[in-house]
Write a new protein. Structure first.
Length: 147
């Protein structure tokens, strides 16, 4: 399940389930997740489920949005990452979908080690092909066999 966990100043914990549409976090009464604090902008940031985790987009907030302590305008949360909005800290619980996200990470890793696009695609194509059949050993001809 994709969700965010938050511990509120009064000590209570909340679990915010994330569905198919993005959620707006902010101090405005129309935000999906309302955080009452002067350091939280009316529409502070959005969170949305993606194949790679939870996508976070800062909405030009006054005090900024941080992932694992680093200020971001946009970023991804994976399981266990922390999202700071004002004095509030959310912890991500997410399931990364195998396939799309895995493929993107693999491509990025290959490019990071200096492989070119054509080399990488050639390797993928070669992996997808069946190996050539191995020839069967020939049997001796029965006509020349001794009784």
């Amino acid at each position: 399940m994709n969700c965010l966990h938050i511990k509120l100043p009064d000590g209570t914990a909340r679990k915010i389930a994330l569905g198919s549409r993005p959620k707006v976090i902010g101090s405005d009464e129309n935000a999906d997740v309302i955080l009452e604090d002067t350091t939280v902008s009316r529409y502070h940031c959005t969170v949305a489920v993606s194949p790679n985790g939870i996508h976070v987009q800062d909405l030009a907030s006054t005090t900024g949005t941080r992932i694992n302590g680093r200020a971001v305008t946009s970023g991804m949360l994976v399981n266990g990452d922390k999202l700071d909005v004002g004095p509030f800290t959310f912890v991500a619980e997410c399931t990364v979908t195998a396939g799309f996200g895995t493929a993107i990470r693999l491509v990025e890793e290959q490019f990071a080690v200096g492989k070119g696009f054509q080399t990488f695609l050639g390797e993928i194509a070669a992996e997808g092909q069946a190996p050539p059949p191995t020839p069967k050993p020939s049997k001796p001809d029965d006509a020349g066999a001794k009784p």
